[in-house]
Design a protein around this ligand. Sequence first.
Ligand SMILES: [Zn+2]
Length: 288
Amino acid sequence: MDDLGTPVLDDHLHLDSEHGRGIEAVRDFARSGGTHLLVVNKPSWLLGVEAESGDDFRAVFDTTVDIVERANAILPGRAWAVLGVHPGLVSKLVDDRGYSPAGARDLMQAGIEVAAEYVAEDSGAEGDLAVALKSGRPHYDVSDEVCDASNAVLRRALELGADVGCAVQLHTEATNDLTEVAEWAEDSGLPPERVVKHYAGGELTGVTPSVMSEKDRLEVAAERGEPFLMETDFVDDPDRPGAVLGPKTVPRRVKWMRERGYDEAIRTAHVSTPERVYGLNIRETLSR
Ligand SMILES: [Zn+2]
Protein backbone atom coordinates (compact mmCIF):
# COMPACT_ATOMS: atom_id res chain seq x y z
CA MET A 1 0.00 0.00 0.00
CA ASP A 2 1.13 3.49 -0.77
CA ASP A 3 1.52 5.50 2.42
CA LEU A 4 1.18 9.17 1.57
CA GLY A 5 1.96 10.22 5.15
CA THR A 6 -1.43 11.89 5.52
CA PRO A 7 -5.05 10.83 5.80
CA VAL A 8 -6.73 10.92 2.37
CA LEU A 9 -10.51 11.44 2.18
CA ASP A 10 -12.67 11.16 -0.92
CA ASP A 11 -15.62 13.36 0.07
CA HIS A 12 -18.15 12.05 -2.47
CA LEU A 13 -18.28 8.76 -4.32
CA HIS A 14 -20.78 5.98 -4.93
CA LEU A 15 -20.30 2.24 -4.50
CA ASP A 16 -22.55 -0.37 -6.07
CA SER A 17 -21.70 -3.96 -5.21
CA GLU A 18 -24.56 -5.31 -7.32
CA HIS A 19 -23.97 -3.57 -10.66
CA GLY A 20 -20.53 -2.02 -10.28
CA ARG A 21 -17.16 -2.73 -8.68
CA GLY A 22 -18.29 -2.14 -5.12
CA ILE A 23 -15.74 -3.18 -2.53
CA GLU A 24 -13.06 -3.70 -5.25
CA ALA A 25 -13.11 0.06 -5.79
CA VAL A 26 -12.46 0.52 -2.06
CA ARG A 27 -9.45 -1.82 -2.33
CA ASP A 28 -8.08 0.25 -5.24
CA PHE A 29 -8.56 3.43 -3.22
CA ALA A 30 -6.79 1.99 -0.15
CA ARG A 31 -3.93 0.49 -2.19
CA SER A 32 -3.27 3.92 -3.69
CA GLY A 33 -3.00 5.51 -0.25
CA GLY A 34 -6.63 6.47 0.37
CA THR A 35 -7.80 6.18 3.98
CA HIS A 36 -11.31 7.64 4.42
CA LEU A 37 -14.49 7.73 2.32
CA LEU A 38 -17.83 9.46 2.32
CA VAL A 39 -20.11 7.12 0.38
CA VAL A 40 -23.23 8.72 -1.09
CA ASN A 41 -26.22 6.54 -1.92
CA LYS A 42 -26.87 6.09 -5.63
CA PRO A 43 -29.99 7.71 -7.10
CA SER A 44 -32.93 5.45 -6.15
CA TRP A 45 -34.02 4.78 -9.73
CA LEU A 46 -30.56 3.42 -10.65
CA LEU A 47 -31.08 0.77 -7.96
CA GLY A 48 -34.48 -0.10 -9.38
CA VAL A 49 -36.37 1.52 -6.49
CA GLU A 50 -39.52 3.37 -7.58
CA ALA A 51 -40.28 5.03 -4.27
CA GLU A 52 -43.88 5.93 -3.48
CA SER A 53 -43.30 6.80 0.17
CA GLY A 54 -40.44 8.01 2.31
CA ASP A 55 -40.06 4.52 3.74
CA ASP A 56 -39.44 3.11 0.26
CA PHE A 57 -36.04 4.85 0.30
CA ARG A 58 -34.91 2.60 3.16
CA ALA A 59 -33.80 -0.08 0.68
CA VAL A 60 -31.45 2.47 -0.92
CA PHE A 61 -30.08 3.69 2.42
CA ASP A 62 -29.64 0.15 3.80
CA THR A 63 -27.56 -0.84 0.75
CA THR A 64 -25.30 2.15 1.32
CA VAL A 65 -24.87 1.59 5.05
CA ASP A 66 -24.10 -2.06 4.34
CA ILE A 67 -21.25 -1.30 1.95
CA VAL A 68 -19.92 1.33 4.36
CA GLU A 69 -19.62 -1.36 7.02
CA ARG A 70 -17.75 -3.59 4.57
CA ALA A 71 -15.45 -0.72 3.55
CA ASN A 72 -14.64 -0.15 7.23
CA ALA A 73 -13.13 -3.62 7.37
CA ILE A 74 -10.68 -2.73 4.58
CA LEU A 75 -9.73 0.91 5.04
CA PRO A 76 -6.92 2.02 7.33
CA GLY A 77 -9.30 4.83 8.29
CA ARG A 78 -13.09 4.90 8.10
CA ALA A 79 -16.00 5.17 5.72
CA TRP A 80 -19.27 6.92 6.46
CA ALA A 81 -22.55 7.20 4.57
CA VAL A 82 -24.15 10.33 3.17
CA LEU A 83 -27.86 9.69 2.63
CA GLY A 84 -30.55 11.54 0.77
CA VAL A 85 -32.63 11.93 -2.37
CA HIS A 86 -31.05 12.83 -5.69
CA PRO A 87 -32.54 16.10 -7.02
CA GLY A 88 -32.92 14.57 -10.49
CA LEU A 89 -35.72 12.41 -9.09
CA VAL A 90 -38.09 15.38 -9.40
CA SER A 91 -37.98 15.07 -13.21
CA LYS A 92 -38.47 11.29 -13.14
CA LEU A 93 -41.52 11.79 -10.94
CA VAL A 94 -43.06 14.69 -12.87
CA ASP A 95 -42.15 13.71 -16.44
CA ASP A 96 -42.37 9.90 -16.28
CA ARG A 97 -44.57 8.99 -13.34
CA GLY A 98 -47.34 11.59 -13.46
CA TYR A 99 -46.59 13.38 -10.19
CA SER A 100 -47.44 17.04 -9.76
CA PRO A 101 -44.44 19.19 -8.71
CA ALA A 102 -45.99 19.50 -5.23
CA GLY A 103 -46.50 15.72 -5.01
CA ALA A 104 -42.88 15.15 -6.05
CA ARG A 105 -41.76 17.67 -3.44
CA ASP A 106 -43.68 15.88 -0.68
CA LEU A 107 -42.28 12.46 -1.61
CA MET A 108 -38.70 13.74 -1.83
CA GLN A 109 -39.00 15.57 1.49
CA ALA A 110 -40.34 12.37 3.06
CA GLY A 111 -37.31 10.49 1.72
CA ILE A 112 -34.90 13.00 3.23
CA GLU A 113 -36.79 12.83 6.52
CA VAL A 114 -36.11 9.08 6.60
CA ALA A 115 -32.44 9.74 5.74
CA ALA A 116 -32.29 12.12 8.71
CA GLU A 117 -33.54 9.29 10.96
CA TYR A 118 -30.57 7.20 9.85
CA VAL A 119 -28.16 10.03 10.59
CA ALA A 120 -29.76 10.61 13.99
CA GLU A 121 -29.91 6.96 15.03
CA ASP A 122 -27.99 4.59 12.82
CA SER A 123 -24.75 3.57 14.43
CA GLY A 124 -22.70 0.40 14.34
CA ALA A 125 -20.11 -1.07 16.65
CA GLU A 126 -17.61 1.62 15.70
CA GLY A 127 -19.95 4.56 16.08
CA ASP A 128 -21.96 6.52 13.54
CA LEU A 129 -22.30 5.06 10.08
CA ALA A 130 -24.33 7.84 8.45
CA VAL A 131 -23.04 11.34 9.09
CA ALA A 132 -24.60 13.71 6.55
CA LEU A 133 -27.62 14.35 4.32
CA LYS A 134 -27.69 14.75 0.56
CA SER A 135 -30.06 17.01 -1.37
CA GLY A 136 -29.96 19.76 -3.97
CA ARG A 137 -31.72 20.94 -7.10
CA PRO A 138 -31.47 20.07 -10.80
CA HIS A 139 -28.41 21.33 -12.67
CA TYR A 140 -30.47 21.60 -15.90
CA ASP A 141 -33.33 23.93 -16.87
CA VAL A 142 -36.72 23.10 -15.36
CA SER A 143 -40.12 24.82 -15.18
CA ASP A 144 -40.73 27.42 -12.48
CA GLU A 145 -42.98 24.98 -10.60
CA VAL A 146 -40.36 22.25 -10.61
CA CYS A 147 -37.71 24.78 -9.61
CA ASP A 148 -39.85 25.94 -6.65
CA ALA A 149 -40.54 22.34 -5.61
CA SER A 150 -36.81 21.55 -5.77
CA ASN A 151 -35.86 24.56 -3.68
CA ALA A 152 -38.48 23.54 -1.10
CA VAL A 153 -36.88 20.08 -0.91
CA LEU A 154 -33.42 21.61 -0.55
CA ARG A 155 -34.62 23.94 2.23
CA ARG A 156 -36.24 21.02 4.08
CA ALA A 157 -32.89 19.21 3.95
CA LEU A 158 -31.20 22.26 5.50
CA GLU A 159 -33.80 22.31 8.29
CA LEU A 160 -33.28 18.61 8.94
CA GLY A 161 -29.51 19.12 8.98
CA ALA A 162 -30.02 21.78 11.65
CA ASP A 163 -32.40 19.52 13.63
CA VAL A 164 -30.09 16.52 13.55
CA GLY A 165 -26.91 18.57 13.79
CA CYS A 166 -25.32 17.26 10.59
CA ALA A 167 -23.84 18.57 7.36
CA VAL A 168 -25.76 18.63 4.08
CA GLN A 169 -24.16 17.85 0.72
CA LEU A 170 -25.83 19.52 -2.25
CA HIS A 171 -25.98 18.77 -5.95
CA THR A 172 -26.73 22.08 -7.74
CA GLU A 173 -26.35 23.92 -11.00
CA ALA A 174 -22.74 24.78 -11.91
CA THR A 175 -21.97 28.02 -10.10
CA ASN A 176 -19.34 29.62 -7.89
CA ASP A 177 -21.87 31.58 -5.83
CA LEU A 178 -24.31 29.90 -3.46
CA THR A 179 -24.80 32.91 -1.19
CA GLU A 180 -28.59 32.54 -1.33
CA VAL A 181 -28.39 28.91 -0.18
CA ALA A 182 -26.02 30.00 2.61
CA GLU A 183 -28.71 32.46 3.76
CA TRP A 184 -31.33 29.71 3.73
CA ALA A 185 -29.02 27.56 5.84
CA GLU A 186 -28.54 30.41 8.28
CA ASP A 187 -32.34 30.93 8.46
CA SER A 188 -32.72 27.24 9.32
CA GLY A 189 -30.06 27.35 12.02
CA LEU A 190 -27.47 25.35 10.05
CA PRO A 191 -24.04 27.01 9.84
CA PRO A 192 -23.41 27.63 6.10
CA GLU A 193 -19.95 26.08 6.30
CA ARG A 194 -21.70 22.78 7.09
CA VAL A 195 -23.32 22.94 3.64
CA VAL A 196 -21.18 21.36 0.92
CA LYS A 197 -21.51 21.85 -2.80
CA HIS A 198 -20.40 18.61 -4.42
CA TYR A 199 -18.82 18.65 -7.92
CA ALA A 200 -17.47 22.13 -7.19
CA GLY A 201 -14.78 24.19 -8.86
CA GLY A 202 -11.87 25.55 -6.85
CA GLU A 203 -13.64 28.74 -5.91
CA LEU A 204 -17.02 29.11 -4.23
CA THR A 205 -18.83 31.76 -2.20
CA GLY A 206 -21.37 30.92 0.50
CA VAL A 207 -20.83 27.24 1.30
CA THR A 208 -17.93 24.75 1.41
CA PRO A 209 -16.72 23.42 -1.97
CA SER A 210 -16.14 19.70 -2.49
CA VAL A 211 -13.77 20.11 -5.39
CA MET A 212 -13.72 17.66 -8.31
CA SER A 213 -10.17 16.34 -8.24
CA GLU A 214 -8.94 17.72 -11.54
CA LYS A 215 -5.57 19.45 -11.39
CA ASP A 216 -6.76 22.87 -12.54
CA ARG A 217 -9.60 22.98 -10.02
CA LEU A 218 -7.35 21.80 -7.18
CA GLU A 219 -4.73 24.38 -8.02
CA VAL A 220 -7.32 27.17 -7.66
CA ALA A 221 -8.55 25.74 -4.33
CA ALA A 222 -5.02 25.28 -2.96
CA GLU A 223 -3.90 28.78 -3.95
CA ARG A 224 -7.06 30.31 -2.50
CA GLY A 225 -6.32 28.95 0.99
CA GLU A 226 -9.97 28.60 2.08
CA PRO A 227 -11.55 25.40 3.48
CA PHE A 228 -12.28 22.80 0.78
CA LEU A 229 -12.75 19.07 0.31
CA MET A 230 -11.72 16.73 -2.52
CA GLU A 231 -13.91 14.24 -4.36
CA THR A 232 -14.19 12.05 -7.45
CA ASP A 233 -17.96 11.50 -7.78
CA PHE A 234 -17.02 7.97 -8.87
CA VAL A 235 -20.43 6.58 -9.94
CA ASP A 236 -19.46 2.88 -10.00
CA ASP A 237 -21.63 2.29 -13.03
CA PRO A 238 -20.36 -0.19 -15.66
CA ASP A 239 -22.46 1.60 -18.30
CA ARG A 240 -20.64 4.88 -17.74
CA PRO A 241 -16.99 3.87 -17.25
CA GLY A 242 -15.46 7.18 -18.36
CA ALA A 243 -18.16 9.43 -16.87
CA VAL A 244 -16.19 10.45 -13.83
CA LEU A 245 -12.88 10.17 -12.06
CA GLY A 246 -11.86 6.72 -10.79
CA PRO A 247 -11.42 5.68 -7.14
CA LYS A 248 -7.60 6.08 -7.21
CA THR A 249 -7.80 9.73 -8.22
CA VAL A 250 -7.85 11.50 -4.83
CA PRO A 251 -4.75 9.66 -3.49
CA ARG A 252 -2.95 10.35 -6.79
CA ARG A 253 -3.81 14.02 -6.68
CA VAL A 254 -2.65 14.26 -3.05
CA LYS A 255 0.71 12.87 -4.17
CA TRP A 256 0.80 15.48 -6.94
CA MET A 257 -0.12 18.27 -4.49
CA ARG A 258 2.68 17.15 -2.16
CA GLU A 259 5.19 17.35 -5.04
CA ARG A 260 4.00 20.88 -5.70
CA GLY A 261 4.43 21.92 -2.06
CA TYR A 262 0.70 22.22 -1.29
CA ASP A 263 1.11 20.65 2.17
CA GLU A 264 -1.16 23.19 3.85
CA ALA A 265 -3.92 22.55 1.30
CA ILE A 266 -3.61 18.79 1.91
CA ARG A 267 -4.15 19.35 5.65
CA THR A 268 -7.07 21.64 4.86
CA ALA A 269 -8.85 19.16 2.57
CA HIS A 270 -8.18 15.99 4.56
CA VAL A 271 -8.08 17.04 8.21
CA SER A 272 -9.38 20.50 9.10
CA THR A 273 -12.28 20.88 6.65
CA PRO A 274 -13.77 17.41 7.37
CA GLU A 275 -13.67 18.31 11.06
CA ARG A 276 -15.23 21.74 10.51
CA VAL A 277 -17.97 20.47 8.17
CA TYR A 278 -18.85 17.00 9.47
CA GLY A 279 -17.29 17.03 12.94
CA LEU A 280 -15.11 14.07 11.91
CA ASN A 281 -11.77 13.52 13.58
CA ILE A 282 -9.88 12.08 10.63
CA ARG A 283 -6.51 11.61 12.34
CA GLU A 284 -8.02 9.84 15.37
CA THR A 285 -9.90 7.40 13.12
CA LEU A 286 -6.70 6.41 11.30
CA SER A 287 -5.10 3.24 12.61
CA ARG A 288 -1.88 2.08 11.08
ZN1 LIG B 1 -22.53 11.73 -6.97
